[in-house]
Design a protein around this ligand. Structure first.
Ligand code: ADP
Ligand code: MG
Length: 242
């Protein structure tokens, strides 16, 4: 059974139809890269999956259960999301950012949350910055705190929306290294990314979105070296040239 099933998902903003009937499954332990031009619908798809947006049609099934307004909280708890902009609370330390939700949502006692929070920070190589505020951290470090924060809720599925796009080029590598490690741990992840080399190396499957539909999907080697669709070829020619 797939952990996530997206069935004929539609999303419009007013007259603008952004997702035009999108269907995909994600298996447990699978790493899926979403690629596609800016505006193709990657963020909207991810945001519909964890219900930051309400789809206008179709359904999202998580662990065999359709996501509805009644079970949103479970979905938000069990699906972790990391955004392009790190969205850390500026007035909280790295550790406090990580422990906030476990204490509030999972009702984990503070001492335990702190102990575990340190372990999550260690996983992203940031134990030494636990007591620093976001303003004292580089973009790459802030993004790694955001990843630790997502891990702290013990999500069954992790969604990443262009996690390196807001970073200076020299900071991209440290965040990709953390994602690579999570992939090797067998975590289930869907990653919208413009990092084609990373997608090719780490993803089990690549999905190319174009204007709100899945234009092509397949094994990274196939999609990157031998794309079937003209639109995929044109997109890859554009992005790989840079
Ligand atoms: P991508 O992440 O692939 O760049 P998005 O999902 O962000 O694409 O956007 C797809 C389209 O939906 C774009 O045309 C964008 O302008 C539009 N869009 C996204 N969010 C909104 C919104 N809240 N209101 C209106 N239009 C939106
Ligand atoms: Mg986006």
């Amino acid at each position: 059974m797939p952990i996530l099933e997206v069935k004929q998902l539609h999303k419009s903003f007013g007259a603008l139809e952004v997702l035009k009937g999108m269907s995909l499954n994600v298996a447990e332990g699978e790493v899926v890269a979403l690629i596609g031009a800016s505006g193709s619908g990657k963020s909207t798809l991810l945001r519909c999956v964890n219900r930051l947006e309400t789809p206008t049609g179709g359904s999202v099934v998580f662990e065999g259960q359709e996501v509805t307004p009644q079970n949103l909280n479970r979905v938000r708890r069990e699906i972790g999301m990391v955004f392009q902009r790190f969205n850390l609370f500026p007035h909280l330390t790295a550790l406090q950012n990580v422990t906030l939700a476990p204490c509030k949502v999972l009702k984990i006692p503070e001492e335990q949350a702190k102990r575990e929070g340190m372990e999550f920070l260690a996983q992203v190589q940031l134990a030494a910055k636990a007591h620093n505020y976001p303003g004292e951290l580089s973009g790459g470090q802030q993004q790694r705190v955001a990843i630790a924060r997502a891990l702290a809720l013990r999500p069954k599925l992790l969604l990443f929306d262009e996690p390196t796009s807001a970073l200076d080029p020299e900071l991209v590598g440290e965040v990709l290294a953390v994602l690579r490690q999570l992939a090797h741990e067998g975590r289930t992840m869907v990653i919208a990314t413009h990092e084609m080399g990373f997608a090719r190396e780490v993803a089990h499957r690549v999905i190319f979105l174009d204007e709100g539909v899945i234009c092509e999907e397949g094994h990274p080697e196939q999609v990157f070296t031998n794309p079937k669709e003209e639109r995929t070829k044109a997109f890859l020619a554009r992005v790989l040239q840079r």
